[in-house]
Design a binder for this molecule. Structure first.
Ligand SMILES: [Zn+2]
Length: 280
């Protein structure tokens, strides 16, 4: 079975070169301010996609080409700080759009935020300080002086469901509500492969060892730039010893005594659900 976490919805193909002069009817817009986007709320499914020509003075700078879907060309625009929002539209952080817009729309919105942030934070070369410009052949920027090319940063991280007989290990981060638990996760370090990251993170956070790692699936997590790589592992040995930094509570749970945990279509929720359903 192939698991497709929510943020793996890939509705846009960033095809290069960017299409020249599409007709107004072929264009759609996502308007972005920081980590928020323009959002039109409706009772059932709202939208973040604007079809109409943009209100005058709303966008700062040039629109940024995102990609194509069904012959429609999508662009992102940065909203002027003092812009007056059109009737019915509001600003919403992308993360809070879950369930309020189509998954495809949310994925486009997350991508728009990410690409505008990349353009803003890499507008000058990290090597020589000169201005950069977008490449026209792929998603990257090139320095106008030294020709250094930079790509959007992606930070790989692992997430692992650990099984021990009929139980799994769940843990609570200090960032979680007091009764909320999830599976372990952590960032890859330079020089590590992903399996080594799993062993190190599990050791650091709860002090146990694991074996028999199996790949589950992966998920881009655009808050801001992670790629979550999901594994299932079996408990190998050791007693739980929490680090009291990343993890402040951890334990083994059976299917009939699970605490509150991720239930959405994120990869953590899918891993736990697959275990509940005895698929992994
Ligand atoms: Zn340079």
């Amino acid at each position: 079975m192939e698991y497709c976490p929510f943020y793996s919805v890939r509705p846009l193909l960033p095809i290069y070169p960017e299409p020249e002069n599409p007709s107004p009817a072929q264009k759609r817009w996502i308007l972005v301010s920081g980590n928020s986007v323009f959002f039109f709320k409706k009772a059932k499914s709202g939208t973040v996609i604007m079809q109409e020509p943009l209100p005058c003075g709303l966008i700062a700078g040039d629109p940024v080409y995102l990609g194509i879907r069904d012959e429609i060309v999508y662009y992102a625009g940065k909203i002027e700080d003092n812009a007056i929002l059109p009737d019915g539209w509001e600003l919403s952080p992308v993360r809070e759009l879950s369930g309020q817009v189509l998954d495809t729309d949310m994925a486009i919105a997350a991508y728009a935020v990410r690409i505008l942030d990349f353009d803003r934070s890499h507008s000058f070369c990290g090597s020589c300080g000169a201005k950069t410009r977008p490449l026209t052949t792929e998603r990257a920027r090139i320095c106008t002086e030294c020709s250094r090319i930079v790509y959007p940063r992606i930070s790989p991280a692992i997430i692992v469901l650990i099984k021990k007989g009929e139980e799994i290990l769940l843990a609570r981060s200090p960032r979680f509500p007091s009764d909320f638990f999830s599976i372990l996760a952590g960032f890859n370090e330079p020089g590590e492969n992903l399996e080594q990251t799993v062993h190190r993170e599990v050791g650091e956070e709860v002090g146990i060892t694991v074996r028999n790692l199996r790949y589950f699936g992966s998920e881009p997590w655009p808050f801001p730039d992670s790629l979550m790589v999901g594994f299932v592992a079996d408990y190998a040995g050791g007693e739980i010893q929490i680090d009291n930094q990343e993890i402040i509570e951890a334990g083994w749970f059976t299917r009939d005594n699970l605490p509150s945990h991720p239930k959405n279509a994120s990869i953590s929720g899918l891993l736990i659900e697959a275990w509940i359903q005895r698929e992994i």
